[in-house]
Design a protein around this ligand. Structure first.
Ligand code: ADP
Length: 547
């Protein structure tokens, strides 16, 4: 089984609210037996300091009270003052155990009241991982704020986070802060440490430390994650979780028996199928990869002749049947033509400005004429030439082609053309339009550009910037090292691809757009050579959610 666990994020400080410490994500593969129980405890986000429980704390949060409220220390030493509250609670860890721990994703530490004055930027500490089963699962050190709870720790104070055996509760917030201002941020369930002005430590296999003295700028540390040595670490720990924790468990096929150690889980067949590199195909034993035939053998030639004869017979029969059924015009029961047939049909007849009355008959709705939203350029299908099929998408075929007559462009522009099949529902029509609308809203070098749209008159087309390098997933798979042959890609090439997509994501994030399905299969490359630029090219998931 592949188990992915996300620890919870820590809470924010009163004047340290730009970012929270992220919970840790990690993923590992374990061999589990059928019927074996697994116990799961999901971490809860540490409490934020703001808005707080009292009018005074809310004034501090709003920035309307200049000074952070103080109270005398319990010792009542003259001049000794103690800051009260304003730190964030530590995030709880996410534990998966049976009953020994298999995977622990640590919680992020709570942020302190304010950022350290001398630090321009918060330096993220590297994610820490324990892989020894015998290592102690101790709690984080605390003092002013609570340390994070560990796997076997015993909480030394009410502020410390509890271990799962103690109930895994988060530590309480600062008692003084509570007494003076009703302002105390507790740690999250899953062993997060409670805060004072310093942040609480995150829960974990070992809890994160919190400051001993109640400093205004001492953040709580993240907890330490864990993977049991019986598991195989699949993805290294990474601080990513913004909120509460999560767990995801999937069946993970063991591909070690495949010749290329790679396979895909076929849910419908309840089996794993070995993956073969390009130029090879899977044999009927579902394991062996065989070279695709390159030369035409006499047997294949004979097969081709038989196929051609059968085809001509079928065509003749088809003509006869059509003649007989001339009166029955219904499209029900007609089969969608193959891509090449579709292509030739689009080339010769369908690309014209007159509306095609047979569009969208399956939905039994009259031909829809959606008003074209602003920002989309309508292109006449007469200006579009289809050249070759590129692939098959969720709606229909995608072709390479040329478009002329675009404003400010006298030369034919190479484009990718997404088509909507003739037989489609009005929901398909809407989805298709929505996809064009989403893409056309963006303008960035790492997001595929929408050149135009043909929508008012059939056929429905979306014209996109041509990405001759194809999708990134296929490109990476084809560039894998082969036996006795290194990959043609250098680390620099890979980092460049990652950077391109990260820049595209950054742009989407700046524009508050949630893509929901960033994956190599949804990224396209401008070309396959060294000057390739990677771009986010598919917004199918976002489109469905927006609907
Ligand atoms: P889906 O709808 O299944 O997500 P798409 O319709 O986006 O798939 O694309 C199907 C295939 O068409 C892709 O795998 C890719 O090979 C090709 N393709 C899509 N867009 C472009 C493009 N802009 N340039 C080149 N090829 C493209």
């Amino acid at each position: 089984m592949g188990i992915s666990a996300y620890g919870a994020a820590g809470g924010k400080g009163a004047r340290n609210h730009l970012s929270r410490a992220h919970g840790i994500f990690l993923s590992a593969v374990f061999f589990l037996s059928r019927g074996e129980p697994l116990y799961i405890l999901v971490g809860q986000q540490g409490q934020d300091a703001c808005p707080g429980g009292s009018p005074e704390s809310q004034l501090v949060c709003l920035g309307e009270s200049g000074e952070h409220a103080t109270t005398d220390g319990p010792e009542r030493v003259p001049g000794w003052r103690r800051w009260t509250g304003g730190g964030g609670g530590g995030g709880g860890a996410t534990y998966i155990f049976r009953p020994e721990p298999l995977l622990v994703a640590a919680g992020g530490g709570g942020r302190s009241y304010q950022r350290r004055p001398d630090r321009g930027r918060t330096q993220a500490a590297p994610e820490r991982l324990e892989t020894r089963a015998a290592a102690p699962g101790s709690g984080g050190r605390g003092g002013a704020a609570g340390g994070g709870g560990g796997w076997t720790s015993r909480a030394p104070s009410p502020q410390a986070g509890r271990s799962p055996r103690e109930g895994a509760e988060g530590g309480e917030g600062c008692a003084e802060a509570w007494a003076a201002l009703r302002w105390a941020a507790a740690g999250g369930f899953g062993g997060g440490g409670g805060a004072c002005s310093a942040g609480g430590g995150g829960g974990g296999y070992r809890g994160g430390d919190a400051s001993e003295s109640d400093l205004l700028w001492a953040d709580g540390e993240d907890g330490i994650s864990f993977v049991h040595p019986s598991g195989e670490l699949y993805l290294q720990p990474l601080a990513v979780t913004e909120g509460h924790g999560e767990v995801e468990i999937r069946k993970h096929p063991n591909c070690s028996y495949c010749p290329f150690k790679d396979c895909q889980w076929r849910a419908e067949l309840w089996t794993a199928e070995c993956t073969c590199p390009e130029g090879m195909e899977l044999a009927v034993d579902n394991i062996t990869c065989m070279d695709l035939p390159t030369t035409t053998s006499p047997l294949i030639l004979m097969g081709a002749v038989v196929a051609a004869l059968t085809l001509s017979l079928l065509v003749m029969c088809g003509v006869l049947i059509l003649v007989n059924q001339k009166k029955c015009q219904s499209l029900w029961g007609t089969r969608l033509p193959g891509p090449e047939l579709e292509l030739s049909k689009l080339r010769t007849s369908a690309i014209r400005t007159a509306p095609n009355p047979y569009y969208c008959q399956v939905g039994l709705s009259p031909v829809q004429s959606w008003p074209l939203p602003p920002g989309l350029t309508e292109v006449s299908p007469a200006n579009v030439t289809l050249l070759r099929a590129l692939g098959h998408g969720a709606f229909g075929e995608v072709y390479e082609g040329l478009v002329t007559g675009l404003p400010g462009d006298s030369n034919p522009l190479p484009v990718a053309i997404k088509t909507l099949p003739e037989l489609c529902s009005s929901q398909d029509e809407l989805d298709f339009l929505m996809e064009a609308l989403i893409i056309s809203k963006f303008s960035h070098q790492n997001i595929v550009r929408c050149v135009g749209l043909s929508f008012r008159t059939g056929p429905r087309l979306i014209l996109l910037e041509l990405m001759s390098g194809g999708d990134m997933k296929s490109f990476l798979r084809h560039s894998r090292p082969q036996p006795g042959q290194l990959s043609p890609l250098t680390m620099q090439d890979l980092l460049q691809l990652a950077q391109d997509i990260a820049q595209g994501c950054h742009y989407l994030e700046e524009n508050h757009f949630i893509h929901r399905d960033i994956a190599a299969r949804n990224c396209l490359l401008s070309c396959s050579g060294a000057s390739r630029v990677a771009k986010i090219g598919d917004f199918g998931m976002a489109r469905d959610i927006y609907q």
